[in-house]
Design a protein around this ligand. Structure first.
Ligand code: ATP
Ligand code: MG
Length: 574
C-alpha cells in the first residue's frame, strides 16, 4: 500500500485521556478512535492487526479440532433466565425489548446459547465429543471501562464450548484448548503466566487464566520460581506460617483478657501506635453483608481478607462490607471496634489466627479494645479456613519456597464448567445403554482486542509500537528519503513490487514529507522492517533496519529483498 493513499491518521501529541501505553499508542498510531466510553472503531491499520490475531486464533482452534460457527449477538432472555444469569449479570448486561415487549440482551458470553443449540441437535453419545467456537462481538456494560480496548463495553471474543460424555472426556477437550492457547499466545509474541484461577462463581471444577505479564494488569498473580506454581491471588492458597518468634505473641502463656480504653483509635496503624506493638498482634473483625445475611470474618491485623474465598464459602451472589448502621446493629459499637467476643453472627476465622496468642481485638463497645484475647478460650469460630490474600514471601502452597507477586493482563480463560449449564437447560445425550446423561462442558475465551492491547504493552519503546512480524499490519515499510529523486523512487518501486510479489506485506511511504516525519511514523506504527532508499542508491545501496533491535545494515537492493523475505519467513514460522 502507498502511504500517500492510506487512511492512517497518526498523532504527534499524547492523547490526554489515555493512561496506559497501549491505549496511547493505539490512538497515536491511528489504529482506532473512540466513539463513546468503552466503545471504539478500528481504523485500517488497526483492523489489519486485529484480523491477524483473529486468524491466529482461528488457525489454532481449527488445528485443535474445534469447529467455527457464528451466533447472533442479540439474544432472547429466556435462556439466561433458565440459568439464573439474567439476574447474575445485573447492570453489566445490555438489555433491550423488541416491539412486542419481549426481553433480549446483547450477549455478554454465550454458554446458554451454545448449550441450547447442542441440546436441540444432539441425541447420541456417538456425536460427542464436540468443540464449537465463534469469533464474535460481545457486549458488557462494564462499571469502569478503561485503558481503551483493554476493558471496553463492546469487544470481540473467541468463545469456544466443549461437550463431552464425562469428566475424562472434558479433561481431554480442556487439554486441547489449553495447548491451543499456548500456541496462540506464543505466536502473538507474548510472555505470559498460566495461572490457576477461581472457578467459584461459575460453578465449575477447574479453571486457568492466561495472563500477559504487565505492571498495568488487573490480575494479581502469586508465582513460585522454584516449582512453577502460579495462581491468581483470588485463588492462591495461603499456608499458615508462624508470624514471629517468642518476642511477641507466640511464646507466651495465655494472659487474662484486659479491656483497654482506646478512644479515637480505629485503624490498624492507630492501634499499632497506641499499643506499641506489631500488626501481627492484632486480629481484625470485618462485618460483611452476604446477600441478605450479615457475617463476620477475622484475619490477622496486617492481612487483607480475600473476598473471593469468603464468597465461595458463603456461596452468595453479593458480598460487600456492611454499612455503619449494620455494624452498629450486630456489634453494638461504631465502626472500628468490632470484635469476636459476644458477636451474634456467624464468624469465619482465618487459619492463621489460630496460631496467634494474646492478641488485640475490638471490644464491640465504642472506644474500647480487648487485650490478651485467645481463640478457643475467649471466643469460638463458626468455621476456621483460609480466607486471606497471599502476599510476597508467603510460602508456596506446593513446595514451600517463598512466592513472588506479579501483575498480569488476563487475555484468555479456560474453564471446566461440568454440568451446570447442561443440567439447567436439559442438554442431555443417550449413552451406550440408552441412559440419559447431561453433557459435561467446558468453556474457553480469548479477548481479541485485549490481546492486541497486551501485545503493545509488551512490545513498544519511547518511539512507538514494535509489532512482532506475526501480527504486524505490514511487514516492511520502504522509505524513499526524497521521492522527487527519480533514482530513489525507481529503486523503491522495484523493492515494493518484488516484495509484494513474494507475498510480503509492504508499505511504500511515497509522501512528499521530510524524512524525519516518515521515520517517526514508521517507528510509531511499529513496522518490523524498514528499508530506506537514500543518496547511496547511486552505488546501488539501501539501508535495512529492524525495528525491534535497531540493527541497521547497508545492503544491495537484492540483498535487502532477500533479507526482508527471510526475516518475514522467520517471524511467521512460530
Ligand atoms: P475480567 O476479569 O477482566 O473482567 P472476565 O473474567 O470477565 O474478565 P471472561 O468472561 O472470562 O472475562 O472473558 C474471556 C476473555 O474476554 C477475557 O480473558 C478477556 O480477554 C476478554 N474480555 C472480558 N471482558 C472484556 C472487556 N470488557 N473488554 C475487553 N476484553 C474483555
Ligand atoms: Mg469481567
Amino acid at each position: 500500500m502507498r502511504v500517500s493513499q492510506m487512511f492512517m491518521p497518526t498523532l504527534r501529541e499524547m492523547p490526554a485521556e489515555a493512561e496506559v501505553v497501549s491505549h496511547q499508542l493505539m490512538l497515536r498510531a491511528g489504529l482506532m478512535r473512540k466513539l463513546a466510553s468503552g466503545i471504539y472503531s478500528f481504523l485500517p491499520l488497526g483492523y489489519r492487526t486485529f484480523r491477524k490475531i483473529e486468524q491466529i486464533v482461528r488457525e489454532e482452534m481449527d488445528r485443535a479440532g474445534a469447529q467455527e460457527l457464528l451466533m447472533s449477538a442479540i439474544l432472547p432472555a429466556e435462556y439466561y433466565q433458565a440459568t439464573g444469569r439474567w439476574e447474575v449479570f445485573g447492570p453489566d448486561m445490555f438489555r433491550l425489548k423488541d416491539r412486542n415487549g419481549r426481553d433480549f440482551c446483547l450477549g455478554p458470553t454465550h454458554e446458554e446459547i451454545f448449550t441450547e443449540t447442542v441440546k436441540n441437535e444432539i441425541r447420541s453419545y456417538r456425536a460427542l465429543p464436540l468443540i464449537l467456537y465463534q469469533i464474535q462481538t460481545k457486549y458488557r456494560d462494564e462499571r469502569r471501562p478503561r485503558f481503551g480496548v483493554m476493558r471496553s463495553r463492546e469487544f470481540v471474543m473467541k468463545d469456544a464450548y466443549s461437550f463431552d460424555r464425562d469428566e475424562a472426556g472434558l479433561d481431554l477437550s480442556y487439554k486441547k484448548m489449553y495447548d491451543a492457547y499456548c500456541r496462540i499466545f506464543d505466536r502473538c509474541g507474548l510472555d505470559y503466566f498460566i495461572v490457576d484461577a477461581d472457578s467459584g462463581a461459575m460453578g465449575g471444577s477447574g479453571s486457568q487464566e492466561f495472563a500477559v505479564k504487565s505492571e498495568i494488569g488487573e490480575s494479581v498473580i502469586a508465582y513460585c520460581d522454584a516449582c512453577g506454581y502460579a495462581a491468581n491471588d483470588e485463588k492462591a492458597e495461603c499456608i499458615p506460617d508462624v508470624c514471629c518468634d517468642d518476642e511477641c505473641c507466640m511464646g507466651n502463656d495465655m494472659l487474662p483478657v484486659e479491656k483497654v480504653a482506646t478512644p479515637d483509635v480505629r485503624t490498624i496503624e492507630e492501634l499499632m501506635d497506641f499499643f506499641g506493638s506489631q500488626p501481627c498482634e492484632f486480629a481484625k473483625t470485618l462485618i460483611y453483608k452476604a446477600d441478605d445475611r450479615v457475617v463476620a470474618a477475622m484475619v490477622r491485623g496486617d492481612r487483607e481478607l480475600n473476598e473471593t474465598k469468603l464468597q465461595n464459602y458463603l456461596n452468595c451472589i453479593e458480598l460487600e462490607m456492611a454499612d455503619a448502621e449494620t455494624v452498629k446493629e450486630v456489634t453494638g459499637a461504631d465502626v472500628g471496634f468490632a470484635g469476636p467476643i459476644g458477636l451474634k453472627v456467624e464468624l469465619i476465622v482465618d487459619l492463621e489466627v489460630t496460631s496467634m496468642k494474646n492478641f488485640v481485638v475490638g471490644a464491640n463497645e465504642t472506644g474500647y479494645h480487648l487485650k490478651n484475647v485467645n481463640i478457643g478460650r475467649d471466643f469460638k469460630a463458626s468455621v476456621v479456613m483460609d480466607i486471606r490474600k497471599i502476599v510476597e514471601g508467603d510460602k508456596c502452597p506446593k513446595c514451600g519456597a517463598p512466592v513472588k507477586i506479579a501483575r498480569g493482563i488476563e487475555v484468555g480463560h479456560v474453564f471446566k464448567l461440568g454440568t451446570k449449564y447442561s443440567e439447567a437447560l436439559g442438554c442431555v445425550y443417550l449413552d451406550e445403554n440408552g441412559k440419559e446423561r447431561p453433557m459435561v462442558m467446558g468453556c474457553y475465551g480469548i479477548g481479541i482486542n485485549r490481546t492486541m492491547a497486551a501485545i503493545i504493552e509488551q512490545n513498544h519503546d519511547e518511539n512507538g509500537i514494535i509489532w512482532p512480524i506475526s501480527v504486524a499490519p505490514y511487514h516492511v515499510i520502504i522509505v524513499p528519503v526524497n521521492p522527487t529523486e527519480t533514482a530513489q523512487m525507481e529503486a523503491a518501486e522495484k523493492i515494493y513490487s518484488e516484495l509484494g510479489k513474494a507475498g510480503v506485506e509492504v508499505m511504500l511511504d511515497d509522501r512528499n514529507e521530510r524524512p524525519g516525519v516518515k521515520f517517526k511514523d514508521a517507528d510509531l506504527i511499529g513496522i518490523p522492517i524498514r528499508i530506506t532508499v537514500g543518496k547511496k542508491i547511486g552505488e546501488g545501496i539501501v539501508e535495512f533496519k529492524l525495528r525491534k533491535t535497531g540493527e541497521m545494515v547497508e545492503l544491495s537492493i537484492d540483498e535487502a529483498i532477500a533479507r526482508a523475505k527471510a526475516e518475514v519467513e522467520k517471524g511467521l514460522a512460530l
